[in-house]
Design a protein around this ligand. Sequence first.
Ligand SMILES: Cc1cc2nc3c(=O)[nH]c(=O)nc-3n(C[C@H](O)[C@H](O)[C@H](O)COP(=O)(O)O)c2cc1C
Length: 363
Amino acid sequence: MSLIEYKGFGGVLLSADMLGDENDPAVLLIPDVGQNRAAWRDVAEALVLSGRRVVNLDLREAGEADELAPHIEDMRAVLAQMGSRPVVVTAGRGGWIATRALALDGALLAAGLVLVDMPVDEDAIADDVPARLAVPALVVRGGFSPAQCSAVSDTFNAALPMGESADINECDLELASDRNEALLGQLLEFLERRQPREAMEFKAGSDPRTLRDAMGCFATGITIVTALDADGTPVGLTANSFTSVSLDPPLLLVCIANTAGTAPALREAAHFGVNVLQIGQQPTSNRFAARGEDRFANQPWAPGQTGVPLLGSSLVSFECQRESLHEAGDHFILVGRVVRAQFEPHRDPLLYFRGKYRRLHFA
Ligand SMILES: Cc1cc2nc3c(=O)[nH]c(=O)nc-3n(C[C@H](O)[C@H](O)[C@H](O)COP(=O)(O)O)c2cc1C
């Protein structure tokens, strides 16, 4: 996350958190008038995990009267500086700002508009502003608190000629058992429809990087595969290609790159260990994946009953007898028969997904 500043109306500086990959489609979060960007922080983080770039904006300090005009100009200035057309997501009276800022040429500035808990904007109705809502919209009621307004989208439609209706979807979260989750689900569905992410494609015969990214869509745990080399020195490497194979007989497998420094020792070893890492062992994962490190230097380990090095405080350590070895392209598949498994039933796992470490999240 980085802190950036936009130039608002009259040169006033507006702070914003910028989160996510700059190549991902953008979402602009606007708080309720009188609140700041902390209001959207959880949603912002969740959107990033769903592949969105998020700008979480602070409104300027409220002026004397509760004037909307400077906020509207600020928002138009920020949208112009953003470079791509974001979906704008607003809370409460932030919706008044956005509907007015996007009323005329909104389609040039934004790809969509989400109004969460926007109260009916009586002044705008009087000015006929909502009738000109120019972008697809989603009206969410009860996103933060029980619904306070029931007729927002009616006001947009009422001012249109008979038979025409604005591109508005509505949802009511008042009865949702978890408002945050329900709001996020509605947001993501709207974003997928209005601002689809481009599907990536791998084609046979080219581009191993894209294939790697495709494979990275499968979330895994992380293991350290260990063995003793011919001299009796412990060796090991980080591997997430672990799979359980069979219960009877008890078999598992890992795939090892032919180019790995530990590959010759693992090809020869009669026994090997597979240590599944817990959340606190990210440094261990890094050390066993880095070249030129003395991987066992500060690493507590103990020999198992077959002599293989087992790493202390792992989630589970499988001790295996070599069952078979299969050549498979630039890797070989090492199948082991489990002779012993010691496990820790309470800790959380260290996870790996799309090239990054992750942790379990319980909704
Ligand atoms: C999260 C993660 C998962 C990995 N999974 C594997 C794997 O399944 N098989 C493999 O051969 N290498 C895997 N690697 C790479 C090896 O750990 C790394 O190439 C190796 O340790 C390099 O050192 P070496 O050649 O000295 O053994 C993985 C690395 C990371 C960070």
